[in-house]
Design a protein around this ligand. Sequence first.
Ligand code: AMP
Length: 215
Amino acid sequence: MDIILLGPPGAGKGTQAHRLVEKYSMVQLSTGDMLRAAVKAGTPVGLQAKAVMEAGELVSDDIVSALICDALDALDEGTGVIFDGYPRTAPQAHSLDTILSDRGRVLDHVIELEVNEEALIDRITGRFTCANCGAGYHDRYKLPEMEGTCDRCGSTEFKRRKDDNAETVRQRMVEYRAKTAPILPIYEERDVVTRVDGMDDMDSVTESLVKVVEG
Ligand code: AMP
């Protein structure tokens, strides 16, 4: 099964993708994670992407589509995929059609996490993750039970994304509205879109996604 999770920054795509991966034998392909890894490793792609990401703008379609091709080609046969943060533009959506059909894959669902944009800035600007295991926390909504120590793995190292500041988040929203939201009609025509209320609590959102996946 192949699924696209769509929604503006902070809608919970990454968190929910993680939860689905834990429940089903699927993998999460996040172009944002791949690009951050490339920036950290200082690869040519990373060097090209760094400033664009810090400005909250979109990296070129060719770069992200190539990352997706490589990631799909590295998978074991039969592994289902959750696309998180890809496609983000109409050209990417069209590339994905070709990428999937070339590999004999079929897109089963596009799930849009609907959210109140006003709340997103607040959600995003407080978030941080454990540097060791990736568990997610928030300054106001979800602090570790023991201050400074990850609930899941006990690490005391945490990190924040460089682009999770109010100014960059606003630009990321502008990009979402202008370039990503317009791809929904492409999928609506194919009758594969389900909308889920992303403002619900995390467990209810997961339940809604499970219903979609299990049909
Ligand atoms: P994300 O982790 O999905 O919020 O992505 C973080 C940043 O990486 C975005 O603001 C973009 O600069 C870049 N990025 C991630 N995925 C894409 C994509 N599919 N197309 C273009 N840029 C992307």
